[in-house]
Design a protein around this ligand. Sequence first.
Ligand code: HEC
Length: 103
Amino acid sequence: MGFIFSFIAAAALAGTTPDPASPQAGRALASRSCGGCHAIGARGASPHGKAPPFRQVMQRKSPDDIRQALADGFFVAHPVMPKFVLKPEEIEGLVAYLTTLKR
Ligand code: HEC
């Protein structure tokens, strides 16, 4: 019964406005905007041969580095990466999700 209830609650949450700063929203954003090139999960190779899997990036960089790079438009200057304009709360969500990949 509890299981069914939490399933419905999760479905209801997903259907309404999820918090863009949550790791769940960050994961969705990563899979939508980055997953075409980067492996965004705990395993698997990147679709784009030169794009490092996010779990590897997180081993080298701190969440603050990533936050800073996204906020500074680091990716705009990047030769391969498309231009991303992320809202501050989207950056928070992305960083929150990426932090879950860190071991
Ligand atoms: C069109 C393909 C593509 C997409 C889409 C893409 N990337 Fe990348 N990204 C790359 C490639 C290729 C590199 C490596 C470039 C190099 O080292 O010359 C890279 C590098 C990076 C790096 C630097 C890693 C390091 O070694 O410092 C970060 C961080 C990163 N991407 C994050 C993202 C995020 C976050 C998104 C989604 C918002 C994203 N990328 C979307 C292709 C992509």
